[in-house]
Design a protein around this ligand. Structure first.
Ligand SMILES: *Cc1c(COP(=O)(O)O)cnc(C)c1O
Length: 418
């Protein structure tokens, strides 16, 4: 078996037999010439799934298939389907696996698009949803119902970096006849392999670490052949969230350097986290690689590194966060993550927890205990770590503009939808 770094360069790609071109051709064709036996071919497509001949690019396309093959090799998965965005992957998974009357258990804190889909929209279709702290196996066990079909956890969880025990969740799911899906976007396959830890499905937003350059949206679901084939047939074809071949081509190129980039994200992430933990303006740092993280031991067991995502709290709260956002120079004040370019973003707890209609007061209190007044989410990029630390240091130490900010800044953030 080839090693990860070799697969990142080679899997899914081979020299073009006609031209000898080593790099994967970009096939923008939407349609493919078919042998003239009409309806039978479509039957064959239904049956054969991933390896069926290409007919139409919403179903499959050679450039997309190359990316699917590379992702399978990196994640150790039997099959993959790529989608237009990470959210298209999440929605394709839940709408394929769940029907009216089924029950889903999902992380109460995860990517906002996902938790809002689960908490607000799935119930409209008669799907029962329990949102729990998936880092607490007792809560997951207690939420099981006879009709539980799927447990969905994000680990590390966006944006608060709770870690969920993948093996423990798999045991709970399987003993109840349910499936386990893990959104592994924040770790990536170099750092964490949910399928080898017992999960049935893995979700990635390819937009983040896997592409790594901040220039292409994309998503993927990886898992068993029959399940992935169902997602392609039932959801890609019907909901229509197919990936652009150009984005697939960019993401293939990004994957080549995934191992190198992730090693650097792991190293710099830990250094920046240690710097922040020692900084007098910072009240709490949440990073799975720090001994102070409540799930550090678990993270050491199931991850081979701790990534470049850090969350921290400021002693002076919102005012200090606005000040930081204004003074930061190398980091961009921006959402998203996993890019070469370092990013940071502030989440006031009031806005993202108290405003959530799907959370009960007990959950809001539990999340608030973890996040305090608000958190700065940091995506440590590939710049020199000394520059990154110096940048954070100057921005944290800059004089806080007092008084002016308070409610006005708060309103501004609300207007921005964050
Ligand atoms: C960004 C993100 C998503 C959504 O991905 P898009 O490509 O933006 O649709 C899903 N899960 C996690 C953990 C994410 O960080």
């Amino acid at each position: 078996m080839d090693e990860f770094e070799t697969l990142a360069v080679h899997a899914g790609e081979s020299a073009d037999p006609e031209t000898g071109a080593l790099r994967l051709p970009l096939h923008m064709s939407t349609t493919f010439k078919l042998p003239p036996f009409g309806i039978k071919l479509f039957e064959a497509l239904q049956m054969e799934g991933a390896r069926a001949p290409h007919a139409y690019s919403r179903w499959s396309n050679p450039t997309l298939r190359a990316l699917e093959d590379r992702l399978c090799a990196l994640e150790g998965a039997p099959a993959a389907v790529v989608t237009a965005t990470g959210m298209a992957a999440v929605s394709a998974l839940v709408f394929t696996l769940l029907s009216s009357g089924d029950h889903l258990i999902a992380s109460e804190v995860c990517y906002a698009g996902s938790v809002e889909l689960f908490g607000i929209h799935l119930p409209r279709f008669g799907i029962q949803v329990s949102l729990v702290d998936t880092s607490d196996l007792d809560q997951v066990r207690a939420a099981l119902r006879p009709n539980t079909r799927l447990i969905y956890a994000e680990t590390p969880a966006n944006p608060i970096l709770r870690i969920a025990d993948i093996t423990g969740l798999a045991q709970i799911a399987h003993s109840a006849g349910a499936l386990l899906a893990i959104d592994s976007t924040w770790a990536g396959p170099l750092v964490q392999r949910p399928l080898t830890l017992g999960a049935d499905y893995v979700i990635h937003s390819l937009t983040k670490y896997l592409n790594g350059h901040g220039d292409a949206l994309g998503g993927a679901v990886l898992g068993p052949l029959d399940g992935i084939h169902r997602i392609r047939r039932e959801m890609l074809v019907h909901l229509g969230g197919a990936l652009s071949p150009f984005n697939a081509w960019l993401i293939m190129r990004g994957l080549v350097t995934l191992p190198l980039r992730c090693e650097r994200h792991n190293q710099s992430g830990l250094e920046v986290a240690r710097f922040l933990e020692a900084h007098p303006k910072v009240s709490r740092v949440i990073y799975p690689g720090l001994e102070s993280h409540p799930h550090h031991e678990l993270a050491k067991r199931q991850m081979t590194g701790f990534g470049g995502m850090i969350t921290f709290q400021l002693k002076d709260g919102l005012g200090a966060a606005i000040n930081l956002a204004e003074k930061i120079r190398i980091f961009a004040y921006a959402t998203s993550l996993g890019h070469a370019h370092s990013l940071l973003f502030y989440y006031p707890t009031d806005l993202y927890v108290d405003a959530a209609p799907y959370l009960v007061p007990e959950q809001k209190a539990r999340i608030r205990e973890w996040t305090g007044e608000g958190i700065v989410r940091v995506s440590v990029g590939l710049e020199n770590v000394k520059d990154l630390i110096a940048d954070l240091n100057q921005a944290l130490n800059a004089r806080t503009v007092k008084g002016v900010l308070g409610p006005a800044a708060y309103k501004l953030l609300k207007k921005m939808g964050k």
